[in-house]
Design a protein around this ligand. Structure first.
Ligand code: CAO
Length: 416
């Protein structure tokens, strides 16, 4: 089956997570992604947090499926020459080195554009070009702090908190993928490549959009009625941390279910959607609340929303999180069990949809990974194993016109 990105050749000069997540997505959709790695060591994640000695770590395998691996020392003149050949026949180069590293290697945007004016050059950096922090190296949690996520996550009486979701890394990679696809469409019209740049700070902030909304509301009216601080607590002049409150107009909270005393994930998320108040009362066996003026409107409920949550918890006390959701779904109440990684890994629906996939690997046996979260009617992205270090070096070099002897010589010079 042909895939939409078949024929698009991508030089994947990325490492760790932000860049690899982007190029992996493009590889699933058919692009020929050639990961360029330093001979002998490769992407640092091959060795990070290994669970099997001598086999690539899951951190690497789960972010580099469907790619080829070419080892190349791009600081050596012979390595630069190979890279230049590859650049001349590629459509996209993606990189997420520290600030200035590509320039220091001799591959500035101007030089790349000169070598191949049709090529799209896509970069991830911690901060955008020209930002007063644009010289900083950045990892996930740093970006979550710089992009507004940490100051607005967690509980009001605790410190700023990091989300487990990779808002700084994979999220930035997804933004970059959108930028690359847009630039490819643009190139169809203009025939020209361009530079696509995404910063981790900007990508986190893009996902914290509603918190910037709240900052402006707070400055105008002095309070935020959907936060737990309202109406009994105090507001300062910055958006506070709201614990597990719902982010929009629908109050919600994480509520204890049967077994919470021993199972730290025996919880559901319960949303009190305004227009679902009547079914909520029916589901909870509280029909008297439907017309009670103290409960009837969202405004009336807010001052004692935590008492309402307590009543719901009393109703949940003899129901597991799954039993509770099975009852509440019949009343059309937005809710879900708090699922653990173990439950997700074994979820039959996620296996059937290809969101959780088991991938055979030459050295590991097989590993679980998250497949494409994007589903298409005319294409099923297949996930294939991540490459071993340098697995495709000979194949890629031969494709560039290097003879067996040339390849031998490059190896002798430790350029590949
Ligand atoms: N051959 C020869 N040299 C190579 C090479 C190759 N194939 N691939 C990389 N290198 C060199 C680079 O040229 C660079 O050398 P110099 O610093 O001497 O110019 C060096 O390896 C890589 O530097 P780096 O700054 O990218 O690596 P680091 O481990 O010090 O920093 C990170 C890692 C992630 C903090 C940094 O790359 C960064 O800030 N990237 C941008 C933001 C980003 O994507 N962060 C998310 C990472 S996911 O959590």
């Amino acid at each position: 089956m042909t895939k939409p990105l078949d024929g698009i050749k991508i030089i994947d000069f990325t490492h760790v997570q932000a860049g690899p997540a982007c190029t992996q997505l493009l590889a699933w959709f058919g692009a020929d992604v050639i990961k360029v790695e330093r001979p002998g060591s490769g992407d640092v994640t091959r060795n990070q947090l290994r669970d099997i000695p001598d086999a690539d770590a899951l951190y690497f395998t789960m972010l580099n499926s469907n790619k080829k691996s070419l080892t190349l020392d791009t600081k050596k003149p012979e390595g630069k020459e190979v890279l230049e050949k590859l650049i001349r026949e590629s459509d996209v180069l993606v990189e997420n080195f520290g600030p200035g590293a590509l320039d220091r290697m001799g591959f500035s945007w101007e030089r790349l554009n000169e070598l191949n004016p049709k090529m799209i050059v896509a970069s991830v950096k911690g901060f955008s070009d020209g930002h007063h922090y644009d010289d900083l190296k950045v990892y996930e949690n740093v970006a979550q702090c710089a992009g507004g996520a940490a100051s607005t996550t967690g509980f009001w009486d605790g410190p700023p908190t990091i989300s487990a979701a990779a808002l700084g890394d994979s999220n930035t990679g997804m933004h970059l993928a959108i930028g690359i696809l847009t630039a490819l469409l643009g190139r169809d019209k203009t025939g020209k490549g361009q530079k696509v740049a995404v910063s981790m700070q900007d990508s986190v902030l893009n996902l914290c959009r509603v918190k910037l909304r709240d900052q402006q509301r707070l400055e105008r009216v002095g309070y935020l009625e959907e936060y737990p601080q309202y109406p009994h607590g105090e507001f300062g002049d910055v958006v506070p941390r709201g614990g597990n409150a719902g982010g929009g107009g629908q109050p919600g909270w994480v509520l204890k279910c049967k077994g919470w005393e021993t199972d730290s994930n025996a919880y559901i998320y319960f949303t009190i959607q305004g227009h679902a108040w009547e079914p909520i009362c029916k589901a909870l066996g509280k029909p008297e609340w439907i017309e009670d003026p103290a409960y009837k409107t969202a405004e009336a409920r807010q001052p004692h929303i935590f008492e309402i949550f307590k009543t719901i918890e009393a109703w949940l006390a003899d129901k597991t999180k799954f039993e509770a959701v099975d009852i509440l779904r019949k009343f059309d109440i937005p809710c879900a069990p708090v699922l653990t990684m173990k439950e997700l890994a074994n979820d039959p629906s996620l296996r059937a949809s290809g969101t959780i996939v088991e991938v055979p690997h030459k050295k590991r046996g097989s590993y679980l990974t998250v497949g494409s979260p994007i589903k298409f009617s005319d294409m099923k992205p297949e996930v294939t194993a991540s490459p071993l270090l340098g697995e495709h070096t000979d194949e890629v070099l031969a494709g560039l016109g290097y003879s067996k002897q040339d390849i031998f010589n490059l190896r002798e010079m430790k350029a590949v």
